[in-house]
Every structure is written in C-alpha cells, then in structure tokens.
Design a protein around this ligand. Structure first.
Ligand code: COS
Length: 384
C-alpha cells in the first residue's frame, strides 16, 4: 500500500544518495573499527531512519510495510551493519510497544524511539533458549507494584547502545511454556541491569550484540506491555512476523548489491582475451542470481502488501525470510566465485558481504524454524 508515490520516490532517491555517498565509502572503516562513526548515526537520525515504521502520531514516518521493504531494499545496498543500527527501532525493539503497548507506554517511549534519541532492543534469546523460545527462563516475579527480573539474555542486537529493552520473561512459573511469558519494558540505568562484553562475530562488524543480565532488577508494573500478563510470547511472535519480512527485504538489498559488484567486475576483468562476462559459465552465475533476486523481491513485496491489507502473514513472512536469506547466501557464494582470487581478499569487500549475509539465515528464526512455522500453519489450515 503506497500512500503517496511521489513522496516515497523522493525518500528512496535521498536514501540511495546517502547509501552511495556516505555509507558505502565508510564500509571498510566500520568493518576495521567495529564502530559506526557517530556523525553517520546523527545523519541517519536526521534522515528519519530511526522512525521509519513508527506511527506518525508518535513522530515517526509511519511507513506501510510495503513502503518499508522498498526502503530496506535501498538501504541494504550498503553493509548490513548500517541497517542494524536503526532497524531495531523500527522493528523488534519497538514493535512490541507499537502492536500491543498501552497508550501510556506508546506516548512515553515511541517519540524517543522515532527520533533516535533512544535505541530499542529486543530480549528473547537466552543461553539455553534459542529456537525453543517458549522455554525461556528469565523470571519476573511480582512484588507489590514492581516485577523483579532475574536471568540472562544472549546475542541481543544493539544492547550496548539501547535505552529501552523489551524483555520476554516468565511471570508465571507454574506455566512452563509460552503461556507463562510476559513482555516487560526495562529502561537503561535500572539498578540490576548490566551487560556482558561485546560479542566477537563472524561479520556485521559495527553492529553490536552482547548479553543482557538481570539481577534483582526491579521494574514498575506499569512497564508490562499491554498491562496483561501471559501475552508476551504472542507479542514476540507478532513482532517476529514483521521482523522476518524486514530480514527478507535486507537479504534482497544485499544480494542486489553483491550482484551489481560481481557484474561490474565480470565486465572489467579480462581473461583469455575478453571480459569474463562473455563466458557462458559466468553468465549462468549472473543469470541465476538475477532470477532468484527477482523471485525473492516479488515474494517480499507480495507479503508486505498482504500485511498492509490486514492479513495474517505468519506463513508468508516465514516463506519470504527462508527463501530470500537462502537466496542471498547463494548469491554471495556466486559473487565470490566470479571475483575469483580477488573475492577472497578483504580489499574487494565481497568477502565481507559473504560473512555478513550468513547471519540472515540464522537470526529472527533459522531457516529450519521457518520451515517448522510454514509446515505447521499448512497442517493447521488443512486439519482445522
Ligand atoms: N502470531 C500470534 N500468535 C502466535 C504466533 C504468531 N505468529 N505464533 C504462535 N503464536 C501463539 C500460538 O497461537 C500459541 O498460542 P495459544 O497457546 O493461545 O494457541 C502460542 O503463541 C504458542 O505458540 P506455539 O505453540 O506454536 O509455540 P512453540 O513453543 O511450539 O514455538 C516456534 C513456536 C518454534 C515457532 C517459536 O518458538 C519460534 O519462532 N522460535 C524461534 C525464535 C526466534 O525466532 N528467535 C530468534 C531470536 S529473536 S531476534
């Protein structure tokens, strides 16, 4: 659902220029230093990137899902670490409040999230609870007008920078699975909240993750998302339905960038007396990538439109995330192959993308979890 094509075109053109002139030239530096320069973060705030998907009444741009994926296709033509810096504010670090928060919670946190004044972070995964998210053990025990949180969350994106954490915690120890989980907002600076060291990762340098630790961390009852206990797992799943579409879109944008780089290289690199792009075996790598990107892009836009139409897109989001992230891995592999020896060197940048995009098949639900979600939904529809 594009509300105003002209305004969207201006936004996408502006972002394309920002990507080309500001982000791509800094990719090497960000990878080497594991840090996005503060001036670039300030420019992202200026452009409104932290509030793309936050409703306009709270200071965001209120993009529809279709508009948001089109923007993501553009922004992820630069290293995915850049997107990661602001994506939690539009996605997993804010959508719990957007989808299920009380009016008071929305008014209190969303304007600061939309402006980028604070970064949002989503705390679901734990050391012993990854794909089996319903088995999480972090506890939130009611004590008067507070919850007392204890436990550890793992691999939490933007945790070192964040100001607000959406924490899935067990408020009912008698209910072992998803039913006993609630979503609770914890603000930075709350006594009992601390962080592990920044994780050393294969890729996504500049996008930080770390453990988030709760030790008798007291949080007001008013921070329970939606004011109802036992709804936290469902909130998390709804947030992930949207998040998975965003990762699918990021997979498409990154694949488009890698293919553009590989095509340019293939047209310039001369072997056996002509550019390697003229050899049919190279053409097959290019053509397969082009067709698969087109398929993934079409899936993502279709699923986004269905979400904008108010449909349940749990299946479509998982299909898009699974196909697009796996496609992106294949394109990364082919791009390195086209670059040959140069593809293995740091200075050409393609090996960095190869490492970066590996994460798309893992976070916000592995490919295997997407298969489970898709098949379960199919069986449920069949058997009623
Ligand atoms: N939207 C709304 N509600 C949903 C939902 C969705 N997309 N998916 C599940 N639910 C609801 C179910 O309807 C069920 O509610 P009822 O008990 O009232 O029927 C409840 O949530 C529990 O669902 P389910 O029984 O399917 O939970 P499981 O424990 O079997 O787990 C999977 C389901 C495996 C799909 C889930 O744990 C998952 O997505 N794991 C991956 C987690 C992940 O992506 N982690 C990445 C880190 S976050 S960056």
């Amino acid at each position: 659902m594009i509300r105003d094509q002209e305004t969207l075109n201006i936004l996408i053109d502006t972002l394309a220029r920002f990507v080309g002139e500001r982000l791509i030239p800094q990719e090497g530096l960000v990878a080497r230093t594991d840090e996005i320069p503060e001036e670039l973060v300030a420019e992202m705030k200026e452009l409104g990137l932290f509030g793309l998907a936050i409703p306009e009444q709270y200071g965001g741009m209120g993009l529809t899902m279709e508009e948001e994926v089109l923007v993501t296709f553009e922004v992820t033509k630069a290293s995915p670490a850049f997107r990661s810096r602001f994506a939690t504010n539009n996605g997993i670090g804010a959508q719990g409040i957007v989808l299920d928060g009380t009016t008071e919670q929305k008014e209190r946190f969303l304007p600061k999230i939309a402006s980028g004044e604070i970064t949002g972070s989503f705390c679901l995964t734990e050391p012993d609870s990854g794909s089996d998210a319903g088995s999480l053990r972090t506890s939130a025990v009611r004590d008067g007008e507070h919850y007392v949180l204890n436990g550890t969350k793992r691999f939490i994106t933007n945790a070192p920078e964040a100001g607000i954490y959406t924490v899935m915690a067990r408020t009912d120890s008698a209910k072992p699975g998803a039913a006993g989980v609630s979503a609770i907002l914890v603000e930075r600076g709350t006594p009992g909240l601390s962080f592990g060291p920044i994780d050393h990762k294969m890729g996504h340098k500049g996008a930080h993750t770390c453990d988030v630790i709760f030790e008798d961390c007291r949080v007001p009852v008013a921070n329970l998302i939606g004011g109802r206990e036992g709804q936290g797992f469902k909130t998390a799943m709804k947030v992930l339905d949207k998040g998975r579409l965003s990762i699918a879109a990021a997979s498409v944008g990154s694949a488009e960038r890698m293919l553009a780089d590989a095509l340019r290289y293939a047209c310039e690199r001369v072997q056996f007396g002509k550019p390697i792009a003229e050899f049919q075996l190279i053409q097959a790598l290019l053509a397969d990538s082009k067709a698969e990107i087109y398929a993934a892009r079409s899936m993502v836009v279709d699923a986004a439109r269905k979400r904008d139409a108010g449909l349940d897109v749990s299946t479509e989001a998982s299909c898009a995330k699974m196909f697009a992230s796996e496609m992106c891995g294949r394109v990364a592999d082919r791009a390195v192959q086209i670059f040959g020896g140069a593809g293995y060197l740091t200075e050409y940048g393609i090996e960095r993308f190869f490492r970066d995009v590996r994460l798309f098949r893992i976070y916000e639900g592995t490919t295997q979890i997407q298969q489970i979600v898709i098949a379960r939904n199919m069986i449920r529809e069949q058997t009623g």
